[in-house]
Design a protein around this ligand. Structure first.
Ligand code: FES
Length: 237
C-alpha cells in the first residue's frame, strides 16, 4: 500500500490508526517504531497528541483560527475481530459487513486464544497488488508452467519457500505488465481459469453484493447486537 499510515497505542490501551503525513508540508511524521509521548514532525516541529490532535506548532502564534480539527492527523476506522485489527482507508468501506461474513464462517474458532508461532512465521514482501497475488493462487496454469509438481508434493520448508518466491516473481511481473499502455485485459481459459474468473466477478460485483448483504444483515440484527466476537475499539471511530 502506498499510503503512509501509523498505528498508535496510548497508555490507556486505545489503539488508533492515522495518516502518517504531517498536515503542515506533508513530511512523514513517524519513521521508526518506538515509545513516545507525542508524535513530532522532524521537519518544522509540529507536535501531535497520541489521539491525533495538534498540540503545538512553532511560529504559528499569529495564525488565525489555528489549530482547526483538520490540522490534526487524519484518523481511519479500525475494527477488532479476535486478536486481529482491520482498517479501511474509505469511511464507506463496509468492514462490519465483511467481518460479519467471516464471523459467520469461522467465528466459532477460539480466536482470542490464537498465538503467533514465530518459528513457523516468515514475512515476504511482494511488490504487487494483493489481488494479483490471489489471481496467482487461484489459477490452474501455474501447475503446468511454473511449478515442478513432483517437488511441490514434498511439502518441505525449502520447497514451500521456493514456491513462494516463484509466486512473488509472477505477481510482481504481472504488476509491471498491467501498467503497460498496450494492455487492457485478457480472456479466460475455460479449463484453467474458472477460479480467476469467479474472483474477478467478485471484485467487479463487490459493491452491489455487499449492499445486498448489508440489507439482509440489517434485517437480521440491529447495530447494537451485531454478532461480532469483538466490538469496535474504544476511540477507533
Ligand atoms: S512538514 Fe511537518 S512540521 Fe512542517
Amino acid at each position: 500500500m502506498a499510503e503512509p499510515l501509523v498505528l498508535v497505542k496510548d497508555k490507556e490501551g486505545t489503539i488508533r490508526y492515522f495518516s502518517n503525513v504531517c498536515t503542515h508540508r506533508g513530511n512523514l511524521v513517524v519513521n521508526d517504531p518506538g515509545r513516545v509521548r507525542a508524535l513530532i514532525c522532524s521537519y518544522h516541529g509540529r507536535r501531535f497528541d497520541l489521539d491525533g490532535s495538534l498540540i503545538t506548532m512553532p511560529e504559528f502564534q499569529d495564525a488565525e483560527n489555528f489549530p482547526r480539527p483538520c490540522d490534526g492527523l487524519h484518523e481511519f476506522p479500525l475494527l477488532k475481530w479476535g486478536p486481529f485489527l482491520f482498517a479501511g482507508l474509505s469511511a464507506h468501506f463496509p468492514m462490519n459487513s465483511i467481518i460479519g461474513q467471516m464471523n459467520d464462517r469461522v467465528g466459532f474458532l477460539p480466536l482470542d486464544q490464537f498465538k503467533k508461532e514465530e518459528s513457523h512465521s516468515k514475512d515476504y514482501i511482494v511488490n504487487a497488488h494483493w489481488a494479483l497475488y490471489c489471481d496467482n493462487y487461484l489459477e490452474g496454469f501455474l501447475h503446468t508452467y511454473v511449478y515442478d509438481e513432483s517437488k511441490l508434493n514434498n511439502g518441505t520448508g525449502a520447497v514451500i519457500d521456493k514456491v513462494e518466491r516463484e509466486d512473488e516473481w509472477v505477481a510482481e511481473g504481472v504488476q509491471r505488465g498491467i501498467r503497460s499502455a498496450f494492455y487492457s485485459s485478457g480472456r479466460f481459459s475455460p479449463t484453467r481459469e474458472q477460479g480467476v474468473h469467479q474472483f474477478h466477478q467478485l471484485l467487479v460485483n463487490k459493491p452491489l453484493k455487499q449492499d445486498r448483504n448489508d440489507q439482509k444483515r440489517k434485517k437480521k440484527h440491529s447495530e447494537n447486537d451485531f454478532p461480532l466476537t469483538s466490538q469496535p475499539l474504544p476511540g477507533g471511530t
